[in-house]
Write a new protein. Sequence first.
Length: 231
Amino acid sequence: MPSRPRVLVVEDDLPTLNLLDLSLQRDGYEVERAISGPVALRLAYNAHPDAVILDVMMPGMNGLEVCRRMRQMTEACILILSAKGQSADIIAGLQAGADDYVVKPFVYAELRARLEARLRRRAPTPEVEADGSGKMLWLTDPPRHLVFIHGSTIQLTPKEYDVLQYMARHAGDVLSADAILANVWGPEFVGDHHLLKQFIYRLRAKIEPNPRRPTYLLTVRGSGYVLEPPA
């Protein structure tokens, strides 16, 4: 990540856009601006942002569609910023590929703290050990959310990587859905088992030789999930 993290702000409300632009620059960020979905997608491809702050309710292409398309071209952290704050709205945003969701009206200090937390997760961390024997489950590349398994390189989204990293740190242990939700998303998401199932499904599609018959990321009926190290 560069010394000045680059943030793409996508917001069609000019007062909010200007506020975020000035505040982020004051805090040391390099800022790119977009007021529409198509412009945001071009900047996401060309400017290589480290993070994206994305409004949902925009004319033309809405923020959820922008998020889905953006996630296909960048592994930047995506924070949705929206006046739509119902549980269904938040779930839709996370399922579209966002890493966090902030409801308007927002407090800038909280938004900045969430942004900093997401960017910290991109910083290099020690490789994750599969078990106490010291055997490595996967060699990982945290800044780019890459996973290496049996000689293949697999690209994950930041949130997929967070789920896998948490489970890898407890490889071989059965983890309840609520434990994963609390530790990866936060305590406010405890009980949202449908959200976790969506991420488990996506991870299996990426890391399992046969996602219909998983051998690594297993469901323990009535208890939760367990990550078994590859042989």
